[in-house]
Ligand binder design. Structure first.
Ligand SMILES: Nc1ncnc2c1ncn2[C@@H]1O[C@H](COP(=O)(O)OP(=O)(O)OP(=O)(O)O)[C@@H](O)[C@H]1O
Length: 608
């Protein structure tokens, strides 16, 4: 049989178009051809196990070789091979129809970014790097004749009988002049280890098998030990710290998905963490851009997802709308939440120890994903300034007695910087209040989310008010001063502070509290925080506003009596100024000339 023919296709110059579109991804030709060789090998094994192929299966290693002198790359398999008729059907028609469809779909798009980077273009991707391609093949079918197919990248092809005694196919690529980079062995090795590292059939290159045919995720979890998971993790991400824990995914209905997701120790820099999940389809590496397949917050995890059901040969927008992808997204979210719930249930103490590393992830998930929130609300932990951990329900019980305001709302207090806010924390504690620690930038979002979801529950930063007023209980401490004296003290302080943006009030507090307390109302502070983070919509005017601080003078503090009894106005003012500066100092707000003056005044007072 010798035949020349013309591949039936309307687009005469299909190859230049393929080349243009896939410009940035030429290297995938090797992934496509090796995958075809794997498919052909697995088909043969299946036929053999079904008894439909009686011959010897033999060594099925797929061999990839580079011949620099001939400028060829050969991919040889010992799979089912093809008869001449099959070549015509599968290569000339099927493979070509895939390529045609691709071109038809994308020729008007003009922008290769619109195309998912890794279109499963199949056999014809060979022409991205070849000026001529040969297939030399012998079918497994008894009495078959070996066939040679040749095509130079035009739509013309030639098939003729050839000499080949071993079953299987050799695909020989004559590398084009503009693609000679692929004749470098190091390059081929790099591509193979990127895409083919976990293929299920052995791949040999340069005398070495380059792949692990049974990667961990394909095995059953009950035959694996912790060490196996940790070792696999370190193979995937060399030089990384050990993961905290992992989830072995395995589902076959309503879609197929296997994989392992690892919880890394999170660093504060989110961006740095991304692109650590690799997507595979039947053990072939597809991409590490999983943005459309897993929910955003899960991208902080590392690991492998392998699913033949994720459509890879379509555009991004289609991928997002794909029903399977949506299901995968919610399946993974559920699995991750279930795993965390299980860990929490099994060992609350151990879970709390890991909280530093996973807390950020859980909070991010709760903020960004409602379904995750519903599950995570029962294991999300809250740490107080004494280092104790609580779930929300337990915490509510913990503060139930002391921290209810007059409208029966629970008011939780928090500090964002335990060192800087220590004075306030201690004041709150003296009142028997508990203080939570919320020190990450994500916490301001987390707090808002909590308040919107949890009824009769609000959060207040510990310096939002004086300790007496943090939780409005409608109880009053009596002032030791008459109204007249209070007015006098207020005027002394106003003139000592001499700043119209500081609102001075007199408040009867316990004598143990500081004589002067500076607070920033919760609402104002949140507005400013939000604005500083670039949010807050139309509230840009806030930026121009001076810092509104309240100055509460403790009318029951002994210092106030001392001020009232002082011999002259200057001493009164100095004492008031001193107390005010001390309050500023405790907030870390005393700087520059004010600080210098304070030190000078302190020296003067101490020698008096
Ligand atoms: N090495 C091979 N051995 C036997 N048959 C092959 C080989 N390579 C390709 N074929 C046949 O040619 C057909 C077309 O291959 P092509 O790679 O274009 O598409 P595909 O593998 O069906 O799909 P995909 O686009 O996912 O690669 C295959 O379905 C297969 O029947």
């Amino acid at each position: 049989m010798q035949e020349k023919g013309s591949i039936s296709i309307h687009t005469e110059n299909i190859f230049p178009i393929i080349k243009k579109f896939l410009y940035s991804d030429h290297e995938i030709f090797l992934r496509e051809l090796v995958s075809n060789a794997v498919d052909a090998t697995q088909k043969l094994k299946r036929l053999s196990s079904l008894g439909e192929f009686a011959g010897e299966v033999g060594d099925t290693k797929i061999k990839v070789s580079v011949n620099e002198a001939d400028k060829t790359i050969t991919i040889s398999d010992r799979g089912i091979g093809m008869t001449g008729e099959e070549i015509k059907k599968y290569i000339n028609q099927i493979a070509f129809s895939g390529a045609t469809e691709f071109v038809e779909k994308y020729k008007d798009k003009g922008d290769d970014k619109q195309i998912i980077g890794h279109f499963g273009l199949g056999f014809y991707s060979a022409f991205m790097v070849s000026s001529m391609v040969e297939i030399k093949t012998l079918s497994y079918k008894e009495g078959s004749e070996a066939a040679l197919w040749e095509c130079d990248g035009s739509t013309e092809f030639e098939i003729r009988p050839t000499e080949k005694t071993e079953r299987g196919s050799d695909v020989i690529l004559h590398i084009a002049d503009d693609s000679t980079e692929f004749l470098e062995k190091a390059r081929i090795k790099g591509i193979l280890s990127k895409y083919c590292k976990f293929l299920p059939v052995e791949i040999e290159f340069d005398g070495e098998v380059i792949n692990n045919t049974t990667p961990l995720w394909t095995k059953s979890p009950n035959e694996l030990k912790d060490e196996d998971y940790i070792k696999f993790y370190q193979d995937l991400y060399p030089f990384s710290e050990e993961p905290l824990f992992w989830i072995h995914l395995n589902v076959d209905y309503p879609f197929n998905l296997t994989g392992i997701l690892y919880f890394p120790k999170l660093k504060n820099d989110f961006e740095f963490q991304r692109n650590k999940i690799q997507l595979y389809s039947r053990q072939v590496f597809i991409t590490d851009e999983v943005k459309d397949v897993v929910p955003e917050f899960l991208m902080l995890l590392n690991g492998i997802i392998d699913s033949p059901d994720i459509p890879l040969n379509v555009s991004r927008s289609f991928l997002q709308a794909d029903a399977n992808v949506k299901k995968i997204d919610s399946y993974i979210t559920k699995k991750v939440a279930d795993k965390l719930a299980e860990l929490h249930k099994q060992d609350e103490e151990g879970f709390a120890k890991k909280w530093n590393d996973i807390g950020l992830f859980v909070k991010y998930g709760m903020i960004s994903n409602d379904k995750f929130y519903e599950k995570a609300k029962d294991f999300c932990l809250y740490k107080n300034t004494d280092g104790q951990y609580f779930t929300l329900d337990k915490y509510k019980e913990h503060i139930q007695v002391n921290q209810q305001d007059k409208s029966e709302n629970l008011v939780a207090l928090y500090a964002t910087d335990v060192r800087q806010q220590d004075t306030y924390i201690q004041s709150a504690k003296r009142k028997g209040y508990d203080v939570l620690e919320f020190s990450h930038p994500i916490d301001s979002h987390f707090i808002q989310m909590l308040e919107s979801k949890v009824e009769k529950f609000t959060l207040k930063r510990v310096d939002a008010d004086t300790a007496d007023k943090l939780i409005d209980k409608d109880t009053k401490t009596e002032s030791l001063l008459s109204a007249e004296k209070e007015k006098e003290v207020q005027e002394i302080f106003e003139s000592a502070i001499n700043n119209k943006d500081r609102k001075v009030t007199l408040e009867p507090m316990s004598p143990e509290e500081l004589p002067v307390n500076i607070t920033q109302p919760e609402f104002m502070r949140r507005m400013k925080d939000m604005q500083a983070m670039g949010g807050g919509g139309g509230m840009s005017f806030m930026g121009n506003m001076p810092e509104m601080l309240s100055v509460a003078v403790n009318s029951n503090h002994p210092l106030i009596q001392k001020i009232l009894n002082a011999p002259d106005e200057t001493v009164k003012k100095d004492l008031a100024k001193q107390a005010y500066d001390l309050a500023l100092l405790s907030q870390g707000m005393l700087t520059g000339a004010d600080l210098t003056n304070f030190i000078q005044r302190s020296v003067n007072l101490s020698v008096k």
